[in-house]
Design a protein around this ligand. Structure first.
Ligand SMILES: O=P(O)(O)O[C@@H]1C[C@H](O)[C@@H](CO)O1
Ligand code: HPA
Length: 296
């Protein structure tokens, strides 16, 4: 199922070319929305949107809370493209497919990737409703060889052995914290380490204890492959985890987690996440000069 066949540069280019033939938007920033966080796309101005099923080469979203639409538009004078729905390894997509949109974004001229996700907290001081700025990640599937970069290296995108230290941009992390202070939401926010597990089941108590002892702050089932591929092709990355639940890590605790609970918790804070991301996009500097006019 997790075939090592890489999607070629040409296939990514075909999708990018198709999108560029359908819209005049030339995005500088791409946003991948986590579970229940897709409303951010609705705030884009001059929208042009595509159902994933209409985009050549795109996989389909199968998870509730992931609408399956790619939305182009303007936000705070930056041109953006927003994935309303991401692809997860547990849906049965190869990791190459899961991360395919990131390479398409690169070919569209995107400079900065913003990833958001819903996650369970392990850290004692992270509560449901808190927002964690991702400082670093532990890519558990990657550690055992389930890596989107496995297979022949695609030199047109990046090097065989990319460094991952510093893959979450420090400048953007500091800027996000500054904005959070100005918005009066700093008490909800802290930096932390996100761990990706394969899913789709939530963690056993023994697994939760293991993650806790390893120093993981929040756990989820996405993001790391996208960030690895983004770092490989030189995109600047910023990531946020919205904490939707506390991971059960005691046999005495009768709480239980569900996807419905994750979605309702993320909807409660989606507006706050949205405002933070909007202001971050407004304040971030973009080095490439591609902008769009007369968007279709
Ligand atoms: O796409 P994200 O990582 O936000 O989705 C999380 C992880 C699982 O897909 C799902 C569990 O409720 O939400
Ligand atoms: O507790 C969790 N575990 C894994 N993934 C998640 N996504 C939201 N909450 C969780």
């Amino acid at each position: 199922m997790h075939s090592k066949k890489q999607i070629s540069h040409d296939e990514c280019q075909e999708t990018a070319d198709w999108l560029m033939s359908q819209t005049k938007h030339r995005p500088q920033v791409a946003i991948i929305c986590g579970s229940g966080l897709g409303m951010l796309a609705d705030t884009l101005k001059c929208q042009v949107s595509f159902a994933y099923s209409d985009i050549p080469g795109f996989p389909q979203s199968t998870v509730q809370g992931h609408a399956g639409r790619l939305v182009f538009g303007e936000l705070k004078e930056k041109t953006c493209v927003c994935m309303q729905g991401r692809f997860h390894m547990y849906e049965g997509h190869s990791l190459s497919k899961t991360t395919f949109p990131v390479r398409v974004f690169k070919l569209l001229g995107v400079e900065t990737l913003i990833v958001t996700n819903a996650a369970g907290s392990l850290a004692d001081d992270l509560q449901p409703g808190d927002i964690m700025i991702i400082k670093d990640h532990v890519n558990f599937p990657g550690l055992v060889g389930l890596n989107p970069l496995s297979g022949p290296n695609n030199d047109e995108f990046g090097p065989r052995f990319p460094a991952m230290s510093g893959c979450y941009d420090k400048g953007l992390r500091c800027l996000a914290m500054e904005i959070a202070k100005q918005q009066g939401i700093a008490s909800l926010m802290q930096e932390g380490v996100y761990a990706m597990v394969g899913g789709p089941n939530f963690e056993t108590i023994a697994e939760a204890k293991l993650l806790y002892r390893l120093g993981v702050d929040a756990v989820g089932m996405s993001t790391a492959p996208e960030v690895v591929v983004a770092a490989h092709c030189g995109l600047r990355v910023f990531g946020l985890s919205l904490i939707t639940n506390k991971v059960v890590k005691s046999y005495e605790d009768s709480d239980s987690v569900s996807h419905e609970g994750v979605l309702s918790a993320s909807q409660l804070r989606s507006h706050t996440v949205q405002q933070l991301v909007i202001d971050l996009i407004g304040r971030m500097e973009i080095n490439n000069s591609k902008t769009t006019n007369n968007a279709v």
